[in-house]
Design a protein around this ligand. Structure first.
Ligand SMILES: Cc1cc2nc3c(=O)[nH]c(=O)nc-3n(C[C@H](O)[C@H](O)[C@H](O)COP(=O)(O)OP(=O)(O)OC[C@H]3O[C@@H](n4cnc5c(N)ncnc54)[C@H](O)[C@@H]3O)c2cc1C
Length: 287
């Protein structure tokens, strides 16, 4: 299997900045994320704190980032990474299906932060009735009833995909969007407070409980402790030092995922530092 020097996970300002610096340092890099880069860039209204761009909109900043990647010939691999395994000397990276595996000598996590934390029961029942990935697990719920908690920007399209094969589909639009869905999907505009398991799975809200065979919790970012087993975290954040090194040798983190303040320029700056640290790690040959 082809082995990359660095796998960068996330296409917000942090991951983009890391990928640009790695490109300058001639490191063979794979950048995982979305062609639309980041929901948090796209939704920015008027940004007044990015040096050199005194009055830029989120969509225009996104275009400028996209253009920078294009000019440097940096491609984006559209995969939501599910898990990173430390293989001792290199890392195995699992995409959205069992056969989408990648290898890299080091990894930079730039996934942004899961705001609001996870729901009670979400971690406990993950893999036991709760799934975080429609593409990965749709087949497990063929013909069965599912609930979809749509936090991610592309949750409605993932839900429409599930509606093709699942039984009854109940969708909670939690991403602030009003995207079109197939008529067969039942929409519930309530805020989930937790997930429970009895004979079936249930999602509780302040107003009642909804039952199904499976619950899909679709988020833009996977909580870091779930993404990399053994990674030291502090609440929703990954613990790093000033060089953006984590507790796992060869894994670096940058951007919102390392803590506040949540700012574009902080993400871009940390992305640069993480990339330089990864380059130094690779050049030291101590892996
Ligand atoms: C409405 C709004 C307005 C804002 N305005 C400002 C402002 O004016 N000035 C300012 O400085 N900051 C502002 N911010 C904050 C800023 O958006 C964030 O601090 C910044 O985007 C963080 O960058 P990041 O690269 O760490 O993460 P993000 O921008 O969140 O990007 C993370 C990327 O990683 C991807 N990803 C996550 N998990 C995975 C995975 N497992 N596999 C593959 N990809 C993954 C996500 O899809 C996303 O594309 C604003 C935020 C919002 C929501």
């Amino acid at each position: 299997m082809e082995r990359y020097d660095v796998a960068v996970i996330g296409t917000g300002p942090a991951g983009i900045s890391a990928a640009i610096t790695l490109n300058n340092r001639n490191k063979k890099t794979i950048l995982f994320g979305r062609k639309h880069l980041s929901e948090k860039i796209e939704r920015g209204h008027t940004i007044r704190n990015y040096p050199g761009l005194p009055d830029i909109s989120g969509p225009n900043l996104m275009k400028a980032f996209r253009n920078h990647l294009d000019v440097m010939g940096i491609g984006i691999t559209e995969e939501r990474v599910q898990m990173v395994y430390d293989m001792g000397g290199y890392f195995s990276i699992l995409g959205e299906s069992a056969d989408s595996m990648y290898e890299a000598s080091s990894v930079i996590i730039a996934t942004g932060v899961v705001t609001g934390g996870t729901l009670p029961g979400e971690e406990e029942f993950l893999g036991k009735g709760v799934s975080s990935c429609a593409t990965c697990d749709a087949a497990l719920f063929k013909g069965k009833d599912v609930i979809v908690l749509g936090y991610s920007s592309d949750a409605a399209s993932e839900c429409a995909f599930l509606a093709e094969t699942s039984g009854n589909v109940t969708y909670f639009p939690l991403n602030g969007r009003d995207d079109p869905l197939p008529d067969s999907v039942k929409i519930v505009k309530e805020k989930p407070s937790g997930i429970a398991k009895g004979d079936r799975m249930s999602v509780e809200t302040g107003e009642g409980a909804y039952e199904a065979d499976g619950v899909f919790v679709l988020r833009d970012a996977v909580p870091p402790g779930r993404l990399v087993p053994g990674l030291e975290t502090e609440g929703a954040h990954i613990r790093t030092d000033r060089s953006m090194c984590t507790n796992i040798k060869g894994i670096f983190a940058c951007g919102d995922i390392t803590g506040t303040p949540y700012q574009y320029i902080k993400g871009a700056g940390e992305g640069n530092v993480a990339a330089l640290s990864a380059a130094a790690y690779l050049d030291s040959n101590h892996y």
